[in-house]
Write a protein that binds this ligand. Structure first.
Ligand code: PLP
Length: 398
């Protein structure tokens, strides 16, 4: 059955006069999400009060939302737990993976990974205090670095700066051949392209839901555990809601007999409710169609920008097979140029040191947007609008 046609702009509240090419960082507001939040706050919390944990099924939300995310990343129902932040989920996955290989001491990642993933690994290594080592070769050297002393390989499938994409199946195969455990960070994959977790056999995957999944700022993260491992791993963060019977209030921790053992504390009900509604936009979407649309948009964007803005250098792989759903250009004055662009109605973002980043979210971006954005870029760069000193003042968040 063919999927619904894209884009589905009518399902989103996109502000007038804005071309939003930053849905890879914070997705736009899906229609119905604000109403859902209002309902949860006013009716469920306001009137039902504590009864709502049962009457409004608040306690079932983390699992319900986890199952919906599972459907988007090639994972079976019951294999995805939600909550906390991605940083926490990275820590949990790493801790569990290291326990699975007690005789090995190396965590392998890459030197382009998102900082928090690497920081969490450093912190965990210090906490464990058994002399583990974090190795971070360049992405192109990772495959050769998967040696038999490696306990766990933790990679972000799509590079947050360049959009470069790893071959999940191939890397996972090499990792398993070396007897190591695989953790995939799907922060820039979930909702951006088809992911086949079950097919690749990775032990763990983690991700966030405020990027391509449009769950809103601070939306809960997710963690996938391969079903055969769910009851074997020992959670490092042994919170009461990962307990087999939280309300038995037992003195000692006894993990849930499922992926739910990766939960920690009280779920963020308002955010989870927003996310639950936000996930409605995926109903009927075929991710193969989504990927095709994404590549059409990024190919067109690259062609338009290269023709119009000769000073920008493509910082994303030209081969569409090895890029995600974003396009980056490097430019010495990228920060100021991005501020000028944003003021002209094209919202992307900047990543240090010189990357101008543009995300393509085929659910609410079309080719007209792409061409219009490139024309505005031509104006901002060709006429050096970015030279205005006001665009050089650094904000806290770039
Ligand atoms: C966005 C992103 C994060 C953010 O982590 P939070 O804990 O949600 O702030 C982490 N890792 C990667 C790879 C990301 O892209």
């Amino acid at each position: 059955m063919p999927g619904v046609s894209l884009p589905r702009k009518e399902l989103f509240d996109i502000p007038e006069g804005v071309i939003y090419l930053d849905g890879n960082s914070l997705g736009v507001l899906p229609k119905g999400a604000a109403e859902r939040a209002g309902h949860v706050i006013r009716e469920e919390w306001g009137k039902e009060l504590i009864r709502a944990w049962n009457t409004a099924e608040w306690m079932a939300l983390p699992q319900k939302v986890g199952d919906r995310i599972a459907g988007l990343i090639g994972a079976p129902a019951g294999s995805v737990a939600t909550g906390d932040t991605l940083s926490i989920k990275v820590y949990q996955a790493l801790a569990a993976a290291l326990q699975m290989r007690p005789d090995r001491r190396v965590i392998l990642s890459d030197n382009r990974n998102f900082p928090t993933d690497l920081y969490m690994a450093e912190g965990l290594i210090d906490t464990i205090g058994k002399g583990h080592e974090l190795r971070t070769p360049a992405p192109e050297d990772v495959a050769a670095a998967i040696t038999e002393d490696v306990a766990v390989v933790m990679l972000t499938q799509i590079d947050y700066r360049s959009g470069r994409k790893y071959d999940m199946a191939e890397i996972t195969r090499l990792v398993h051949e070396a007897g190591a455990v695989m953790i995939w960070d799907l922060a820039h994959s979930a909702g951006a392209l088809p992911v086949d977790l079950e097919g690749c056999g990775a032990e763990f995957a983690v991700g966030c839901t405020y990027k391509y999944l449009n769950g809103g700022p601070g939306a809960p993260a997710f963690i996938y555990v391969r079903p055969d491992l769910a009851t074997q791993i020992e959670p490092a963060l042994s919170g009461w809601l990962g307990h087999d019977a939280p309300f038995a209030m037992e003195l000692n921790y006894r993990p849930a007999v499922s992926t739910e053992r990766m939960r920690v504390g009280t779920p963020s009900v308002v955010q989870l409710s927003i996310l639950d509604t936000a996930l409605d936009v995926w109903d009927g979407v075929d991710l193969v169609d989504l990927r095709a649309a994404s590549l059409r948009l990024s190919e067109r964007f690259i062609a338009e920008v290269e023709a119009r803005c000769p000073l920008l250098k493509l910082a994303t792989p030209r081969d569409p097979k090895i890029r995600g759903s974003q396009v980056s250009f490097s430019f010495e004055h990228g920060y100021a140029a991005m501020q000028a662009l944003i003021e002209s109605g094209v919202i992307g973002d900047f990543r240090s040191p010189d990357i101008m980043r543009f995300g393509f979210t085929p659910l609410y971006i079309d080719e007209e947007d792409v061409v219009a954005a490139a024309k505005i870029m031509e104006d901002v760069l060709g006429n050096e609008l970015w030279r205005d000193p006001k665009y050089h003042v650094k904000s806290r968040v770039t």
